[in-house]
Design a binder for this molecule. Sequence first.
Ligand code: FAD
Ligand code: NAD
Length: 328
Amino acid sequence: MNAPIAIIGTGLAGLSAAQALHAAGLEVQLFDKSRGSGGRMASKRSDAGSLDLGAQYFTARDRRFVEVVQQWQARGWVAEWAPELYHYNEKGLLPSPDEQVRWVGTPRMSAITRALLGALPVHFSCRITEVFHGEQHWTLLDAEGQSHGPFSSVIVATPAPQATGLLSAAPKLASAAASVIMEPTWAVALAFATPLETRVEGCFAQGSALDWVARNRSKPGRDGQLDSWVLHASSSWSKQHLDLDKEAVIEQLHGAFAEMIGCPLPAPSFSLAHRWLYARPASGHEWGALADADLGLYACGDWCLSGRVEGAWLSGQEAARRLLEHRQ
Ligand code: FAD
Ligand code: NAD
């Protein structure tokens, strides 16, 4: 039982589990196919400053998450974001203020996962392709053919479609993951040398190619000379245009933004597009986490709960709780 625990995925779910296990005195080793942590909470450094291309903000409704977000705030990892909110639909663009508390990582969304990772041991640029159990322990195989192990348990903390194959040692877990449909989101960033003449800082949209836009500079702690905006296409538009090339995606979403924003839109001095293939589960679940505790195989992620940042954190906590409970 002394071998470390492998955690595949350094998004918020994997790091939430890692923190809980580390705090309980267990050794963890993390793996991620990307070059850094954060997953769908990652931020991209660009000529237009740092851009949150995935999660835009988050809310905290569960008491446990509310408490942890307060600790993150005290450490300076997050701050409240109170944008001037609008709503866009067939009636046009209208102010839509509310009382909801919304949080963002500071100075960028990825600050949270970076701080949670701290000095925990991690292999980046390491895509795990196989997870198998030998006589006593687990071994992981990566895309370069290298093996990693031995591990006493494995937590798979990737989006459901990427988890299915990694869970094949526990067919029930694999089929639960396989049943989850995850929908794509096209994200576009546009940056303007002259600030746009609008009060909009965040806008929910319906009946448009877009379902959300945010003004980057309205978030606390953001830098950058340019007035940069992040636009998210709706799931249905993203599905219909899944294989469109990036230039065409930028052009079409720029057009939808021009229709929505109601002020002159100059040509952007910077633009980029990013496709999130597994952006959000088509529906929520109430699994918390998936576990075959006798085998020592677990799965967590936003798709086990609400498909939001809060769900990812809670799911990681639940995977860790079930693992610790089994070891008592
Ligand atoms: P992820 O963040 O996806 O982490 C999984 C990690 O696993 C990734 O780092 C990935 O690289 C790694 N991985 C995958 N396969 C392998 C493999 N084979 N080997 C090694 N590593 C692997 N939520 C909100 O609450 N508010 C929002 O405003 C919001 N907006 C969003 C907008 C967009 C465009 C997107 C995409 C998501 C948004 N979300 C939002 C959802 C939120 O980002 C997610 O719920 C949350 O970040 C998911 O965390 P996770 O740890 O479950 O998964
Ligand atoms: P929230 O309470 O701010 O928003 C939930 C939903 O309520 C919004 O999607 C919007 O439809 C509506 N809403 C909230 N405030 C509004 C207002 N002032 N005016 C008009 N409509 C309003 O936040 P949450 O529950 O934490 O949800 C997180 C957000 O993340 C959601 O907007 C969700 O769509 C988004 N998300 C996006 C993706 C993606 O891939 N694009 C993935 C996961 C989550």
